[in-house]
Write a protein that binds this ligand. Structure first.
Ligand code: H53
Length: 820
């Protein structure tokens, strides 16, 4: 390959691995464990990365290039070793070196703990974006938190989810570098004091507690271009050790509190996806990483510029959801209290430097912090928010004089709460949704008032995924097959895959393509056997739903449908039915009872059906434990059918839908999120669409819902399935076990209306869509065509396309080349 800094040669590499084993562990190859070898290999690869990393940062400095700071509470990066070897195009030589030392590279890769610093879609999107930014030569920083415990590891015990702490740092993480020299202080609590400076009041915090924020840098390696961007994650340390004078002053209590604060702040990721829990520690985490990131960004900027007013020409802060929104008042604070600007000037800069991405319309996900908590924890920041709000209301009054109702609806501080999404909207120069329909709903419903105030701020950026992880790394057989046909340009330009269209009509190509699918199914079947002890037939239809467990995603509808099919087969043992394997993978937030009960239900149904010899294995149900980025890579490649069945309007975009599509699994789904755009690209005849539209759902919600009892009474098959939830059919030891699920569907519970996600309403349409799938699958030749067309139409769903749009419309970055 052209221009690699120093192409690794096999013998040097072997020597490096041997040396690393010696210096890290005092072992020689014959005594080393797999984990030790993994570490030794990772350190060898990292050496190469570092050369590129240094060169990249020098090139950025030289170019004086504008940078995006992608501010996110979550980065679900997945394993680094495999991806890095691919990006450096060094996989082959490393494989050989490792083999000659007597090890298997796949086994070595499996030793890596998956840094799970995120929950689901939002965190994985952030990781895909960083991958694309590096590959497309754009200067970028990811800014996040170095949680000591990431997303919990899931164990299934007796059918129930059990959460095991994810101690991902236990063996040390070879790819990170601690950057102590960039540590800074973040202050909490106390009160705001004023002193006069040059005739103006100067505000400062007194009597506060503080922590020391210490950055760790992770390399984000671009594909074959020597670019290495930085994901900077912040860890908290106690500041007390170098402020021992507090003890001397007898301020013992505060010293102890600061120790505790430091210990807790970066301890653990909140395992809630799409749900706001209002915990004080969470707000601390938010301010902690935002303050540290912004302080450092401003400092870095001022090293090469003397006019802070130039900031928006060189720096843009992208806020990933509302979680990082304290960036707005924090930037104001730095500009006013530390840089000495007045309000107007500070606001002019802030509102040109901040941009906001909304990822959800679910009301329970929207953050609203009680002002009591907010002002106690962040007194100066709260003052600034008050002033932002006061001025914002004046602006509304100016545009809509006398419209008090509108002001109430839009106020940033309202009803004793700070509404973070509104603050983000008021301050940002760009507000984007993550799929066309989602942006439309924001404009017309959720953020309508803001759209009416500033329509020019709104824009859509449909999500995307990186083909480098989800095809090149996850499905090497298909990746090679594609490259043999159309060359390897698709790796950095996914629009190339449309060239595969010509092979759809070639029988031999179809056979090869489906043969690869079969091999990937065998790989997954082996994984399932190893991890679940369940034997599944790779010739059965692999029907897959993997994503966070949430009621709106309707895993419940899926399992109810399996129960329905099982009844049918039991009643008509001779009915024609092609064998199916229904595969689930999902983590539920630790405190989300109904979601956890749904996991139990899936496993209970699996237990009964998988052990019923009378149905001859026609249905198997598998719940894959601990769904995470690494297992996802094996699953997507092996799927026949992609279940994307959220209640229309609820899934902002979805991204697993794109990963399945790229790997050739047709979508069985609702017209929601990016499914709509997927169907438009691939053609409705190559997908299985069913159910209510977003408009119908929203309409019905506004009319107060519907009465599912009518369906229950009229449809005997649905009725029977629901009865099986409460008659002990799947829970003989405790017939009441699934009562809450039954109630949620029929009578409502906890003050909610029944079936708010319209499961029974969509059920028949869903069952009918499944029948269409089965029919289509039976026509082998046509099925192969459908799968291939999905791969060939996946071009627009690369995160490279998404990033180019962010750059063009929002960030205005320039590409930087690294020449060696
Ligand atoms: O973000 C994904 C979307 C998906 C949406 C998800 C998400 C979270 O994972 C967490 C919080 C949140 O507000 C949204 O649910 O539809 O694809 C990336 O945009």
């Amino acid at each position: 390959m052209a221009g690699v800094i120093k192409k690794l040669d096999k013998e040097t590499l072997k020597q490096e691995i041997i040396n690393n084993l010696k210096t890290l562990y005092r072992k020689d190859v014959s005594e080393a464990t797999l984990q030790m070898v993994y570490q030794a290999v990772a350190y060898a690869v990292k050496e190469d990365v570092i050369d590129n990393w240094i060169a990249t940062q020098k090139a950025y400095d030289k170019a004086g290039a504008k940078k995006v700071y992608y501010l996110s509470m979550e980065f679900l990066v997945g394993r680094a070793l495999g991806n890095t070897m691919l990006a450096l195009k060094e996989e082959d030589v490393i494989r050989e070196a490792v083999e000659e030392l007597g090890f298997d590279l796949t086994e070595i890769e499996d030793e890596e703990r998956d840094p799970a610093l995120g929950n689901g879609g939002l965190g994985r999107l952030a990781a895909c974006f960083l991958d694309s930014l590096s590959t497309l030569n754009y200067p970028a920083y990811g800014c996040g938190i170095r949680y000591h415990y990431g997303m919990f590891r899931q164990k299934i015990e007796n059918g129930y989810q059990k959460e095991i702490p994810d101690d991902w740092l236990k063996n040390g993480y070879p790819f990170e570098i601690k950057r102590d020299e960039y540590a800074c202080e973040v202050k909490f609590g106390g009160y705001v004091a004023t002193r006069m400076e040059n005739g103006n009041p100067h505000f400062y915090q007194k009597n506060y507690q503080s922590v020391r924020a210490v950055p760790y840098d992770l390399p984000i390696v671009g594909y074959g271009n020597h670019i290495v961007n930085t994901l900077r994650i912040w860890d908290a340390e106690a500041i007390t050790s170098f402020r021992l004078d507090s003890f001397d002053r007898g301020d013992y209590q505060r010293a102890v509190e600061e120790q505790n604060l430091a210990r807790t702040i970066s301890e653990v990721l909140y395992p809630n996806d799409n749900h706001y829990s209002g915990k004080e520690l969470r707000l601390k985490q938010q301010y902690f990483f935002i303050s540290a990131s912004l302080q450092t960004a401003i400092k870095k900027f001022l090293q090469s510029h003397d006019n802070i007013r130039e900031l928006p020409n060189y720096v843009v802060f992208q806020m990933n959801d509302t979680h990082p929104t304290v960036a707005v008042p924090e930037l104001m604070r730095i500009l006013m209290d530390e840089q000495g600007l007045g309000w107007e000037e500070a606001w002019a800069i802030t509102s040109k430097a901040c941009a906001y991405t909304n990822h959800t319309i679910m009301t329970e996900a929207l953050e609203k912090w009680p002002i009591e908590l907010f002002s106690r924890l962040l007194p100066r920041i709260y003052q600034i928010v008050e002033e932002i709000n006061r001025r914002f209301l004046l602006e509304i009054e100016h545009k809509f004089p006398g419209d008090q109702a509108r002001k109430d609806r839009m106020a940033i501080i309202h009803d004793g709460q700070v509404r973070m999404a509104f603050m983000a909207c008021a301050a940002s120069f760009s507000i984007n949704g993550v799929a066309k329909i989602h942006t439309e709903i924001l404009e017309k419903q959720t953020l309508r008032d803001f759209y009416e105030l500033s329509p020019e701020k709104f824009n859509n950026k449909t999500n995307g995924i990186t083909q480098r992880r989800f095809l090149l790394h996850a499905n090497p057989l298909l990746a090679d097959w594609i490259t043999e046909r159309i060359g390897d340009k698709w790796i950095t330009d996914l629009s190339e895959v449309k060239k595969l269209g010509v092979y759809v009509d070639d029988k031999k190509s179809r056979q090869e393509y489906m043969n690869i699918k079969y091999k990937n199914k065998v790989r997954l079947a082996n994984y399932i056997l190893e991890h679940n002890g369940i034997v599944v037939d790779p010739r059965s239809i692999f029907d897959v739903q993997v994503k966070r467990l949430h009621e709106y995603k309707r895993q419940l509808m899926n399992i109810l449908h399996v129960m329905y099919l099982y009844n049918k087969i039991k009643d008509n043992p001779d009915m024609p039915f092609y064998p199916h394997t229904f595969i689930f993978g999902a983590k539920a937030a630790a405190g989300y009872h109904r979601a956890k009960l749904t996991i139990k239900l899936i496993n209970a149904v699996a237990d009964v059906i998988n052990n019923d010899a009378s149905i001859n294995g026609k249905i198997k149900v598998v719940f894959i434990e601990d769904y995470c980025v690494s297992s996802a890579e094996i699953i997507f490649a092996a799927a026949d059918v992609s279940e994307q069945i959220s209640t229309a309007s609820k899934e902002a975009s979805g991204t697993s839908n794109m990963k399945f599509m790229l790997n050739g699994a047709p979508t069985l789904g609702t017209m929601d999120g990016a499914n709509i755009e997927i169907v438009k690209e691939v053609g409705e005849e190559n997908a299985f669409i069913f159910g209510m539209s977003a408009e119908e759902v929203i309409q019905l919600e506004q009319n107060g819902g519907y009465n599912p009892m009518h369906i229950f009474n009229a449809d005997q098959e649905i009725r029977r399935v629901l009865m099986q939830l409460i008659n002990g059919f799947y829970s003989p030891d405790d017939p009441e076990r699934f009562r809450d699920i039954y109630n949620s569907l029929l009578t409502g519970s906890n003050g909610d209306r029944p079936d708010v996600y319209f499961i029974l309403k969509d059920f028949r349409a869903y069952a009918e869509a499944h029948e269409r799938v089965d029919k289509a699958y039976a026509d082998e030749e046509n099925w192969a065509k459908m799968c291939m067309r999905n791969t060939a139409a996946a071009g627009p769903f690369s995160s490279d396309r998404t990033i180019e749009e962010y750059v063009r419309d929002i960030w205005h970055l320039k590409k930087v080349e690294v020449k060696l």
